[in-house]
Design a protein around this ligand. Structure first.
Ligand SMILES: [Zn+2]
Length: 268
């Protein structure tokens, strides 16, 4: 665990390093709707699992630098005020869905719930992309909602965060998937090497070896100031104790999306 990492100071430096090295930032919506992409580029996705205040602060840190990213809200972290603020700052707002877990695997009920929640979000903000929540306590994988007869197009959606973006850490043509799950970026990128700390990632951005990146950043894992940082480290140490049982399901966040997509295809 990187005890001193994952503060807003690190995040600001990460954004600055990307900008200084000529990276174009894409929201997921922008990425999937463009036929060609600038090089180098970085797609940034935020899963807002908890701590909405931190997400709002992160949205401002990015907007100060004219950077637009994608924020995915659960029904528990969504509010009309929050999404209005985040989208006014220039960011994309999407639905962080967990309907299959919430309906305990009932496929039809999950789609009914999904449609209802999406419609509620859309009363306040334009939603064109979605992303599954890991639901660590549930045996059901929310991504499985798209195994079967329903497609995201049925809901007038343009992209699903895993299924619509090909990633691969040893293929130069597609983005490397790098996630802060576990508070360690935990990725090997061909052309750069091991990325563990935020400083490694910053070095990667300056190396010319990571020209296409798809970054998952959980705002709730980052701290805005030293007091919050201490609190967060204590929380982590406590959570570490109960983590092993949930590890299998948590691993969805660390698995590259092409592997998930392949797994999906095999099950369809
Ligand atoms: Zn989540």
């Amino acid at each position: 665990m990187n005890v001193r990492d994952f503060t807003f100071d690190h995040y600001g430096r990460l954004l600055d390093a990307a900008l200084d090295n000529g990276y174009t930032f894409y929201t997921l919506h922008d990425y999937v709707t463009r036929s060609d992409h600038d090089s180098p580029y970085i797609i940034v996705r935020h899963d807002v699992d908890r701590k909405v205040g931190t997400a709002r602060s992160m949205a401002r840190v990015e907007a100060e630098r004219d950077v637009s990213t994608s924020y995915y809200f659960r029904t528990s972290t969504f509010s009309p005020e929050t999404v209005a603020e985040v989208s006014e700052l220039g960011h994309e707002v999407g639905y962080h869905y967990e309907d299959l877990a919430k309906t305990r695997g009932d496929f039809e009920a999950a789609h009914e719930r999904f449609g209802r929640n999406l419609a509620r979000f859309r009363e306040h903000v334009d939603v064109t992309t979605i992303c599954p929540h890991g639901s660590p306590l549930s045996p059901h994988h929310n991504l499985d909602m798209w195994r079967g007869e329903y497609t995201i197009e049925d809901y007038d959606l343009l992209a699903e965060a895993y299924l619509s973006v090909d990633t691969g850490n040893d293929d130069d043509a597609i983005p490397s998937y790098v996630s802060d799950t576990g508070r360690d970026w935990g990725t090997d990128v061909a052309g750069f090497g091991r990325i563990s700390t935020t400083d490694d990632l910053i070095a990667g951005l300056g190396s010319g070896g990571c020209e296409r990146l798809y970054l998952l950043v959980h705002p709730g894992r980052w701290s805005r100031n030293p007091a919050e940082h201490l609190q967060r480290v204590a929380w982590d140490l406590a959570a570490e104790a109960g983590k092993s049982t949930a590890r299998t399901v948590h691993s969805i966040g660390r698995t590259s999306s092409d592997r998930i997509a392949r797994a999906m295809r095999e099950r369809v």
